[in-house]
Ligand binder design. Structure first.
Ligand SMILES: [Zn+2]
Ligand SMILES: [Zn+2]
Length: 451
């Protein structure tokens, strides 16, 4: 506090406003598991922190610098926190509660990821904050503190300026994670030292960088109070899984936004995709077992590594399923299976299933007397470099995801999907997509020509 401007000055801060520009990265959605190449350019960034009321609002416009599934146009985002209530304001001005406990707690954590709010948290009365483990590490000093049911670590430099604040959190895919914001380029602002550079990380993965062009203390802020419409969180939707036959021994397991496909073989069942959450995937697995009760479900194909399509991967491993994936995802699958999930133990954290991974380079056939599934690498697709599609020659069905979503406003990856189908001379009648409704092959051809 002394280095930043003195305890009295820090404690008197009523509000902070930061304007700037920067970059967002694409955690869990990039081209390959290990990649961090996709960027959104951030313009019009404005972070307002109402220190007196415990509120924060971030406005920004993000423009994808890569082939984004929603198209290249800029998107505005407004993210607000009022106390413990987190909500977003849509482009039409409608507020929507964020609504999962974890995401709201993470936004609350973001509020404290600024030197002023972090220092106030760390020095709150001892019945609110417990500081421990004060230490020197190289030429920096660190201390841990417990605050608002989370564990925090602050790092300060030799002069005492905060270099970073870290908080332990949980992510359904990654398990235990540390959220870190680093502070750099301190400048004098209204008698306080304030960083002009902010870098956010989830573990070692950089999620954003913001450089402030203008900062101010104690200027009047807009109203950030949560409107009545968001005071009560909507209860989380229970998984709804439907089963529709799409061929002999093939079922489309849909019902919500992310679908799966069940394939029956002679002596076992194969599931394609374990999306969204442990709850969704367990409901999908139950539906698969109820649909063909006499055969064991033993295999899971994951189309690609994106977090929304693999949030049920660990649940499937816990249920004993062998994981089939493109070779480029193997190390990542092993890592996901191994990562600690102690803060919110999931099914896999509570049992010790052995992981079996089968890899597919360019293609692999799964065949017995009952059925045939060909898995192909969707080579060169700008959505994911390590993505598989499934072809069922007997029913001329192609299962794919994200490359073509029937009904979507834009389909920037569809032309590549069509190329992959044509270069392998696959005779496809029906596209069974894991987003959207089943479509005739002609629709893919039409959409591809439009792009
Ligand atoms: Zn994807
Ligand atoms: Zn998707």
């Amino acid at each position: 506090m002394r280095a930043v401007g003195g305890r009295a000055r820090v404690e008197a801060v009523k509000s902070i406003a930061i304007e700037g520009t920067g970059v967002n990265y694409n955690l869990g959605q990039d081209m390959k598991p290990e990649a961090a190449t996709q960027q959104f350019e951030i313009t019009g960034y404005k972070r307002q922190i109402d220190v007196e009321q415990g509120r924060q609002r971030v406005d920004q416009t993000r423009t994808p610098k890569f082939a984004y599934f929603q198209g290249p146009q800029p998107q505005t985002q407004v993210q607000v926190l009022d106390g413990d209530i987190a909500f977003n304001i849509g482009a039409n001005g409608t507020p929507a509660r964020v609504g999962t406990g974890l995401a709201e707690r993470d936004r609350r954590t973001e509020y404290f990821h600024h030197p002023i709010t972090a220092l106030k948290a760390a020095t709150a009365p001892s019945n609110v904050t417990t500081i421990s483990n004060v230490r020197t590490v190289g030429n920096v000093r660190q201390a841990d503190f417990a605050f608002r049911d989370r564990q925090w670590t602050m790092t300060i430099d030799a002069a005492g300026l905060p270099l970073s604040i870290s908080t332990k959190s949980y992510n359904a895919n990654l398990g235990d994670v540390v959220l870190t914001t680093t502070f750099a380029d301190y400048q004098d602002t209204n008698g306080l030292k304030m960083p002009a550079k902010f870098t956010g990380k989830v573990d070692d993965f950089t999620t954003y960088e913001i450089v402030a062009s203008q900062q101010s203390i104690d200027t009047a802020l807009g109203d950030m109070a949560a409107p009545a419409a968001v005071l009560k969180p909507a209860p989380p939707a229970a998984p709804n899984v439907t089963a529709e036959s799409v061929g002999k021994g093939v079922w489309f397991l849909a019902g919500q936004s992310h679908h799966s496909v069940l394939v029956e073989f002679d002596d076992h069942l194969m599931l394609i995709e374990a999306p969204q959450s442990e709850a969704r995937t367990l409901a999908v697995i139950k539906k698969a077992r109820d649909t063909v009760p006499k055969k064991p479900l033993t295999e899971l194909v994951i189309t690609h590594h994106h977090f929304d399509h693999t949030a049920g991967l660990r649940a499937a491993i816990a249920e004993g399923l062998t994981v089939i994936t493109q070779t480029g995802n193997k190390a990542w699958v092993e890592n996901m299976a191994r990562r600690p999930h102690t803060l919110q133990p999931d099914l896999l954290a509570k049992n010790t299933s052995r992981l079996n991974v089968v890899t597919v380079d360019e293609e692999k056939e799964f065949r017995d007397r009952t059925n045939i599934v060909m898995l192909y690498h969707v080579a060169g697709n700008p959505h994911s470099g390590t993505m598989l599609m499934a072809y069922l020659p007997r029913d001329r069905v192609l299962v794919e995801v994200d490359a073509f979503s029937p009904g979507a406003q834009v389909n920037p990856y569809a032309a590549n999907l069509l190329e992959n189908i044509q270069k392998r001379n696959l005779r496809v009648d029906k596209i069974v997509p894991l987003h959207g409704a089943i479509a005739p092959f002609a629709e893919l051809v039409k959409v591809s020509k439009g792009n």
